[in-house]
Design a protein around this ligand. Sequence first.
Ligand SMILES: Cc1cc2nc3c(=O)[nH]c(=O)nc-3n(C[C@H](O)[C@H](O)[C@H](O)COP(=O)(O)O)c2cc1C
Ligand code: SF4
Ligand code: SF4
Length: 249
Amino acid sequence: VDQFRSVVTDSCIGCGSCVSACAFGALKMEEKKVIYNSKACMACGHCFAICPKGAIVFKEFTAEQADALKTEAQLQNAIQQRRSIRSFKSELISQEDLKKLINVAKFCPSAKNTRTTQFLVISREIMDQIQFDIASSVNAKLAEIQKVQDIVFRGAKQMIIAIQPSENSEMFRQDATIALTTIELAAVSEGFGTFWGGFVHGACMKNKDIAKKMGVKEGFDVVGCLAIGVPNIKYQRPVLREDMEVEFM
Ligand SMILES: Cc1cc2nc3c(=O)[nH]c(=O)nc-3n(C[C@H](O)[C@H](O)[C@H](O)COP(=O)(O)O)c2cc1C
Ligand code: SF4
Ligand code: SF4
């Protein structure tokens, strides 16, 4: 993680939104002042994106620069505005809407056009049954935290699980990432929120029993997990990041 040089400027009104939006405990409020702990910071930029006053300078980027990125182009906006959402309302997305979203993957590229990715949507009931198995599979510390805070599922009520035949090689597995990424952008453009369930995915790869409890069939592997729901948080602007490294050879 880059050294994150966050500066809270004088326009701060002490509303605390940035503190609530920080999933990594890097911000706290003391006497109406935001205190920043660079050691805990993941440089995700959520504090910068949420601040109603544009009071945070993130790395060298200002809120004005980020606000200027807003465009009329819908897809571009969905890409820029997408954030990993870790706060959800209690309402569920209907099966009909989920099917519509998942079916955008029909239009995705697929290695050799084999289209071997299938999807499961798991409910909160299943998440509750497997949350501690997942947390312990990551590490003992997470297992302890999970008892008091839902770090594994971040309060999501539904999760889309992409599965593929276990014999698929890496090239075919890429189909699932493409599909989930496309589903994610479609979800954002419909006003839903998502985050990638890396803990869940990792645990399923380590421990097949967890995958089985989620309903994954014999002979199939979990190849990607996307939590989805109605966001209970609103970001004001995209996060600006350094340009990607590109070389023309
Ligand atoms: C493969 C992958 C796995 C991830 N796993 C988790 C996870 O288990 N929990 C979580 O809260 N966020 C997870 N994330 C979200 C990242 O932390 C997030 O994308 C990053 O901090 C940048 O923030 P942004 O997505 O809001 O731009 C994951 C992202 C990816 C791509
Ligand atoms: S969100 Fe902005 S205004 Fe609110 S406390 Fe954080 S820096 Fe201050
Ligand atoms: S960049 Fe992300 S992790 Fe760092 S303080 Fe802001 S919200 Fe927290």
